[in-house]
Design a protein around this ligand. Structure first.
Ligand code: 6PG
Length: 473
């Protein structure tokens, strides 16, 4: 049998689907899983695609099966397992072979691994892939970080397996070392914000307007035909329509209101904070997951406070639903503006030269946040040369001017009836703060100077000043 073009370690859900995708596109792929049975079961179930798959029982077999320089994708649990796998592979691989970590790695680990492999002659790629199981099988969005030459070796394979947006592959080399994993982290941060804002709007319909799951599903379905058209809105409508066979009622009504998280959203927020870039909408979404997990405390607090949830009684339900749609859109603009601002800053700090327009472009299909909206972001970055806050892009300014009133109406209503809307509220606060020339930090400066003699700046004057209170007991 001819040698494989690429290797893949880890035949879990993502790995096995990606391997089938590679094989289907006509590339020979050598696969290896720690448990031998998993490898053989995978091979035996691959049907016609098995002719492009070489099952390997150990790393020596895997390495021997691939044409050098050997690209090997690792798709295993992020963290220590990846370090262990690299250690094992390092002994077996030769100069110019390429280790590709495709898990949801923390980009700081990816940067460290680059450094550790620097003198080994091996090259390393940190590659974010998005789209879940379905995406891995039929076309994910692929975000690559590493040496451009190494990327060139696998470009053809990646372009073939990636999702296509109007025939353009949703895969790109985005920069050196940690760039790919960083961009994937921000993708996930935005994913958290999108999901949270959708669930807040769902909450306002369910608890505020007293709508049934099926009615809410119909609303999302309708919205999906308009400017909110996206994978997440589409699946929300679908999820809300499913009836649980056991309980014979909408499945969402029997699912516990407690969502887990694996860490990427949190990393996005930590990095934003470290760089001093505002990402409050994403942060609110991460925080909402934390609070969601405190089910016992929340239930006890509800009993202790006994504040009855009020209903929203709009003059017209249709008008309020229109506000909800526009609020979600405005919130989305703010969340994406923050996510892209974090990437712009990271690009400067890590000297990646991240192509923001290309990132928006490769997110248009395949990934979890894919949407029509990303096409508008792509266009905005084409016009701005890939720089600047989206809130200042003329097309987005127009959209924000049209929809911020609705965001305001929804956040105000939510506050009045006591329905939490943390991501939408933070999106609004971000917008209102960002567009305010004269804020209130003058008072913060004065307070800091008062208690700590930190000094303050004066309007229109150079230098640091102290107030008359300095030295006050
Ligand atoms: C994707 C998803 C994927 C995964 C996240 C979910 O882009 O395909 O983001 O990476 O679903 O890990 O993260 P949480 O478990 O933290 O929600």
């Amino acid at each position: 049998m001819a040698q494989a073009e690429i290797g893949l370690i880890g035949l879990g859900v993502m790995g096995s689907n990606l391997a089938l995708n590679i094989a289907e596109k006509g590339f020979k792929v050598a696969v290896y899983n720690r448990t031998r049975d998993v490898t053989h079961k995978f091979f035996n179930n691959a049907g016609k695609l098995a002719e492009n798959i070489i099952p390997c029982d150990n790393l020596d077999e895997l390495v021997a099966a691939i044409r050098p320089p050997r690209p090997i994708i690792i798709l295993i649990k992020a963290g220590e397992p990846v370090d262990n796998e690299i250690r094992l592979l390092r002994e077996k691989l030769s100069k110019n072979d390429i280790i590709i970590d495709s898990g949801n790695a923390n980009f700081r680990d990816t940067m460290r691994r680059f450094k550790e492999l620097e003198d080994s002659g091996l090259t390393y790629i940190g590659m974010g892939i998005s789209g879940g199981e379905e995406g891995a099988r039929h076309g994910p969005a692929i975000m690559v970080g590493g040496k451009e030459e190494s990327y060139k070796r696998i470009e053809k394979i990646l372009d073939a397996v990636a999702a296509k947006y109007k025939k353009e592959p949703c895969s790109a080399w985005l920069g050196e070392n940690g760039a790919g994993h960083f961009v994937k982290t921000i993708h996930n941060g935005i994913e958290y914000a999108d999901m949270q804002m959708i669930s807040e709007v769902y909450g306002l319909m369910r608890d505020g307007l007293g709508m049934k799951a099926a009615e809410i599903a119909a609303v999302f379905k309708k919205w999906n035909t308009g400017r909110l058209n996206s994978y997440l809105i589409e699946i929300t409508a679908e999820v809300l329509s499913v009836i649980d066979a056991k309980a014979k009622k909408p499945i969402v009504d029997v699912i516990l209101d407690r969502a887990g998280q694996k860490g990427t959203g949190k990393w996005a927020v930590i990095e934003a904070q470290t760089m001093g870039v505002s990402a409050s909408t994403i942060e609110a979404a991460v925080d909402a997951r934390v609070l969601s997990s405190m089910k016992v405390d929340r239930t006890a607090a509800e009993k202790a406070y006994k504040i009855t949830r009020k209903k929203i009684s709009p003059k017209s339900r249709a008008t309020f639903l229109r506000h909800l749609e526009a609020a979600l859109y405005a919130g989305k603009i703010a969340a994406y503006a923050q996510g892209f601002a974090v990437m712009e800053q990271a690009s400067n700090e890590f000297k990646w030269n991240l192509p923001l327009g290309t990132i928006a472009k490769i997110w248009r299909a395949g990934c979890i946040i894919r949407s029509q909206f990303l096409g508008l972001i792509t266009q905005a970055f084409v016009k701005s040369g890939g720089k600047g806050n989206l809130l200042m892009a003329p097309a987005f300014m127009k959209m924000m001017k049209e929809s911020h009133g609705s965001l305001r109406a929804v956040v105000a209503q939510a506050a009045l009836v006591g329905a939490p809307a943390p991501a939408l509220s933070n999106a609004l606060s971000y917008f209102d703060t960002y567009r305010q020339g004269r804020g209130t930090a003058n008072l913060i400066q004065a307070q800091r100077d008062f208690f700590g003699a930190h000094g303050f700046e004066r309007i229109g004057e150079e230098g640091a000043f102290h107030g008359p209170w300095a030295g006050t007991e």
